[in-house]
Write a protein that binds this ligand. Structure first.
Ligand SMILES: Nc1ncnc2c1ncn2[C@@H]1O[C@H](COP(=O)(O)OP(=O)(O)O)[C@@H](O)[C@H]1O
Ligand SMILES: O=C(O)[C@@H](O)C(=O)COP(=O)(O)O
Length: 418
């Protein structure tokens, strides 16, 4: 294994896997820290954790365990993948995890770059944009668990970390990788080893990728990985033939716990097309009046592509959270989706599409799937994944995917390219 990655959620990890696989690496995503060694032909291994919104100490502990395992697999470089919208709070978990990984690896300059231009995430003058909106006006200010209310990443990261926070502006990135390296050196020399890097276009990410080829630790969204496969290829380290993706026939079901704007649009599109949809009432789920068995029975008796969703608008989410508490509402709904997924797969479902990072993590953990083979891209940031000989998955990040994503994913998982 060449590149060792630690993802702070499951959809984000598959997003990273997508970037690396598209650029020609053989990528496997692991659910949590594996007990066994990796297969010998894995070039990039991604340990997917559910560490984005857990208490800081737990996130740090899990991430260090993942690092130990990846080091034992012989990795030469390590990447901490977090969300392209920098999902975190003033306490963490991006900063404390990065601090701990930097300590463990002796990293004296570390880049932070969540940019993902293909999905509209761009960083300019240290500020994160989503399309033509600042992060804090993009809808992310209403996120149920990590509301992002400040678009200045330097200001958002600083209280989370024990090191100084610097900046590589776009004007330096546009001068090329040598200039970026010089800037990282000068920032480190002035006590700012943690550096927010501007990136607006894929070309910028490729420049950054070349500049950080020799650094032990990188952090960012999947975009920061764009240039890394070429670094390994240049050293003659990548194999050229990889297993070919095979589609999976059989019953498909969608589970959506994401309340993000894009997902709500996809839910609306699915319903508008006349496809079967079951809206979960969080009160009924949390009181036990609606059980996973009820939901699974409903889906298994539908024809077409059934969708079970709790996705709701910010006001409805806030109302549920104020009645039950944010944590209890989230974990109750996630446990419901996990159990429903288990029942669906036991009932013969072979293609499962999940929407939402936390939701997807709960589902994959609930299914006890340990290794996920990354296949071809469905939409930017979302690959088809093989979980078992008879089970394929698409784990959609909340904000990713076109309006017709659900139907498209079902087709791609089946092996239909149209
Ligand atoms: N109707 C709802 N009310 C309150 N919380 C909800 C509702 N639906 C889903 N949630 C919770 O909101 C969180 C959404 O997070 P996640 O699944 O990561 O989606 P995203 O990728 O959009 O952030 C989950 O913890 C989920 O259980
Ligand atoms: O980087 C990204 O935007 C995604 O890979 C990701 O991590 C999204 O997380 P969720 O929106 O919580 O699914």
């Amino acid at each position: 294994m060449l590149l060792g990655c630690i993802g702070d959620d499951f959809t984000g990890s598959s997003d990273l896997g997508n970037t690396l696989a598209k650029a020609g690496m053989r990528v496997v995503q692991y659910s949590g820290v594996p007990e066994d060694p990796a297969a010998p032909d894995v070039e990039a291994g991604i340990v997917a954790l559910k560490s984005r919104s857990v208490p800081v100490e737990e996130a740090v502990d899990l991430s260090l365990k993942a690092l130990d395992w990846l080091r034992a697999q012989g990795c030469r470089q390590f990447l901490f993948k977090y969300c392209s919208t920098f999902d975190s709070t003033p306490e963490g978990n991006i900063g404390p995890v990065a601090d701990a990984l930097a300590d463990a690896l002796g990293a004296d300059r570390v880049i932070f770059c969540p940019a993902f231009p293909a999905t509209g995430r761009m960083i300019y003058q240290g500020h994160l944009f989503v399309g033509d909106r600042l992060l804090s006006e993009s809808g992310m200010e209403n996120h149920p668990l990590t509301p992002m209310t400040d678009p200045d990443l330097r200001r958002w990261l600083a209280p989370q970390v024990s090191r100084g926070v610097g900046h590589v502006p776009a004007s330096v990135v546009w001068q090329g990788s040598e200039a970026v390296r010089a800037r990282l050196d000068s920032e480190a020399a002035e006590g700012r080893p943690f550096v927010i890097a501007d990136a607006i276009r894929d070309e910028d990410l490729l420049v950054l990728g070349r500049a950080i080829a020799d650094l032990p630790l990188l952090t960012g969204g999947s975009g920061i990985a764009l240039g890394l496969p070429q670094n390994f290829r240049d050293q003659g380290l990548l194999a050229t033939n990889h297993p070919v993706w095979q589609g999976q026939p059989g019953k498909a079901v969608i589970l959506s716990g994401s309340c993000s704007r894009a997902t709500r649009g996809q839910v609306a599109c699915h319903i508008a097309e006349g496809s079967p949809a079951l809206e979960l009432d969080p009160e009924a789920v949390l009181s036990g009046a609606m059980t996973p068995q009820d939901a699974a029975d409903w889906a298994l008796t539908q024809t077409g592509l059934p969708l079970i969703y709790s996705s709701a608008d910010p006001d409805a989410v806030r109302a549920v959270q104020s009645r039950h508490g944010t944590e209890a509402a989230a974990s109750g709904l996630e446990a419901f989706f996990a159990e429903t997924a288990r029942l669906l797969v036991a009932g013969g479902v072979t293609r499962l599409i999940t929407a939402g990072g936390e939701t997807s993590g709960a589902v994959v953990e609930g299914l006890s799937v340990e290794t996920l083979e990354i296949g071809p891209e469905i939409d930017p940031g979302v690959p088809a994944i093989r979980a078992r000989p008879n089970l394929v998955l698409a784990l959609k990040s909340g904000n990713f995917g076109s309006e017709d994503f659900f139907a498209k994913a079902a087709r791609r998982l089946e092996g239909t390219t149209a």
